[in-house]
Design a protein around this ligand. Structure first.
Ligand code: AMP
Ligand code: ZN
Length: 465
């Protein structure tokens, strides 16, 4: 089956054919580290995780880049308000971002370049644009991209540029569609920037937001690459400007497939920091939900549909995950560590349906439907006593294959606290050294803490006693 994605550039489902066979180069716009990311942001990162995992499931080698925007209007403002350096200010949010990714079981990207580490690359790209005559320096020492010199401007966001006022400019990093104008590539220093400034051929200043993603994506992925993603709000101006900068500089097509994730909303409005209607991941965990439950909610609505966030949806996720856990536990018990045999028909069928759904623009509803139908059919077969140990092992292998995409199975017990995990690791070492009395002692110690250890072919698993 062919893999197809809805491509914002063509406004249709396009069959996915990477530029290089077997390999996918993927750029995913990352966080602006001026605050904790909220679960709306994580909806976009979750969609990208599903995309990445499914591409890998299909056998592609994926190189993913996610940038960290650690210099822009918002980070500079935040650092100044708190009276700390820009680095000190953004570092804490970078750190918590990576912790949150782990909590959500989001697979790490291959590269997380920070904007402040790539200013020379951005200056070089702006110089190329100056040489080509598509950028110009204004009186204050800022540099702007001249959209009149790039006829394809507006192609991604489908803008009507007939009423465009030539030479109008915007300096802010974010602006609306009715404010189409030349945008800043380089911003001359002003007092609001405080100590944040770099030397450039145009004087001291700092890069605009958009040039960051063009410079860093092309550095790590080449001048043309396969997929670029982000939330829909990134489509304009950010992605439109990226295309203009990159293609004007190289004369080559920048990106083949543009995928955009619809917003997570609360009470009918986009969850956003500026509206103040947001929950961070920490807020939600603090209310007693697990990263895995949040992961399920963020994933379970198709990425091009609005996701209406409520705590009831989280409770429903808990119930769905319980069913999944129970089913896995049943299969494990029945397989009893026997070598896996061929998977039963109900598992094979689920795998086929899962892949067929995901091939169709990551149709997650269809994919989860296949999973829960498998659980239903499997439970029935188990009730009927028709599943022998090797068959259960085969079904378990199918379940694990699906989970390489979904990332929902609690392999090592994500709620196990650090002390328990440490004891489990010590016990594993003891077992490897065939020190059975010590391994036994550690098992009892774990039990005293409320944890059962189960040894599986994948390693020990912790479960609440
Ligand atoms: P920012 O940190 O504002 O640059 O946003 C980081 C990413 O989160 C971008 O891809 C945004 O499009 C995305 N994003 C922001 N708010 C939401 C939301 N409510 N739902 C889904 N994605 C969002
Ligand atoms: Zn970006």
């Amino acid at each position: 089956m062919a893999l197809r994605f809805y491509n914002t550039l063509t406004r249709q489902l396009d069959t996915f054919e990477p530029l290089e066979e077997g390999r996918v180069r993927l750029y995913t716009c990352g966080p602006t580290v001026y605050h904790y990311a909220h679960i709306g942001n994580f909806r976009s990162y979750m969609f990208e995780d599903l995309l990445r995992r499914y591409l890998r499931f299909k056998g592609f080698r994926v190189t993913q880049v996610m940038n960290l925007t650690d210099v822009d209007d918002k980070t500079i403002r935040g650092a100044r308000e708190r009276g700390v350096s820009l680095n000190e200010y953004t570092q804490q949010y970078k750190d918590t971002f990576f912790e949150d990714l782990k909590t959500l079981n989001i697979e790490p990207a291959e590269h997380y370049p920070a904007a402040t580490d790539h200013v020379p690359e951005m200056i070089a790209l702006i110089e190329r644009l100056m040489e080509k005559g598509v950028a110009y320096r204004s009186d204050d020492g800022s540099v702007y991209f001249s959209i009149a010199k790039f006829p394809a401007y507006g192609r991604l966001a489908h803008l009507d540029l007939s009423g465009l006022r030539a030479g109008a400019r915007v300096a802010q990093d974010e602006y609306e569609k009715d404010n189409v104008a030349d945008f800043a590539l380089w911003k001359a220093w002003d007092e609001n920037d405080g100590e944040v400034a770099w030397d450039s051929p145009w004087g001291r200043g700092r890069p605009g937001w958009h040039i960051e993603c063009s410079a860093m994506s092309m550095k790590y992925l080449g001048e043309s690459f396969d997929i670029h993603t982000g939330g829909v709000d990134n489509m304009f101006p950010h992605h439109e400007d990226e295309i203009a900068q990159s293609e004007a500089a190289t004369g080559k097509p920048f990106v083949k497939y543009w995928l955009h994730c619809a917003h997570l909303i609360v009470d009918g409005r986009k969850m956003s920091k500026s509206l103040g209607n947001f929950f961070t991941l920490r807020d939600v965990i603090g209310r007693g939900f697990s990263g895995r439950e949040v992961r399920y909610v963020l994933m379970a609505t198709h990425y091009r549909q609005w996701l209406n966030f409520t705590f009831d949806t989280l409770r429903a996720a808990r119930a769905a995950l319980d069913r999944l856990d129970e089913f896995r536990a049943r299969l494990e018990k029945t397989s009893a560590g026997a070598a896996a045999g061929p998977a039963p028909a109900w598992a094979d069928e689920a795998l086929d349906r899962f892949a067929a759904a995901m091939d169709e623009d990551l149709n997650i509803s269809g994919a989860l439907g296949a999973l829960f139908d498998m659980i239903h059919a499997g439970n029935k077969a188990l009730d009927g006593g028709t599943v022998d140990a090797p068959t259960a092992g085969g079904a378990l292998a199918t379940l694990r294959a699906l989970d390489r995409v979904l990332g929902l199975l609690q392999e090592t017990g994500e709620t196990a606290d650090a002390a328990a995990r440490e004891l489990a690791a010590l016990r594993l070492k003891a077992r490897e050294a065939k020190n059975w009395p010590e391994a036994d002692r550690l098992r009892k110690e774990l039990l005293a803490l409320g944890w059962l250890v189960k040894d599986t072919p994948q390693g020990p698993e912790l479960k609440k006693a």
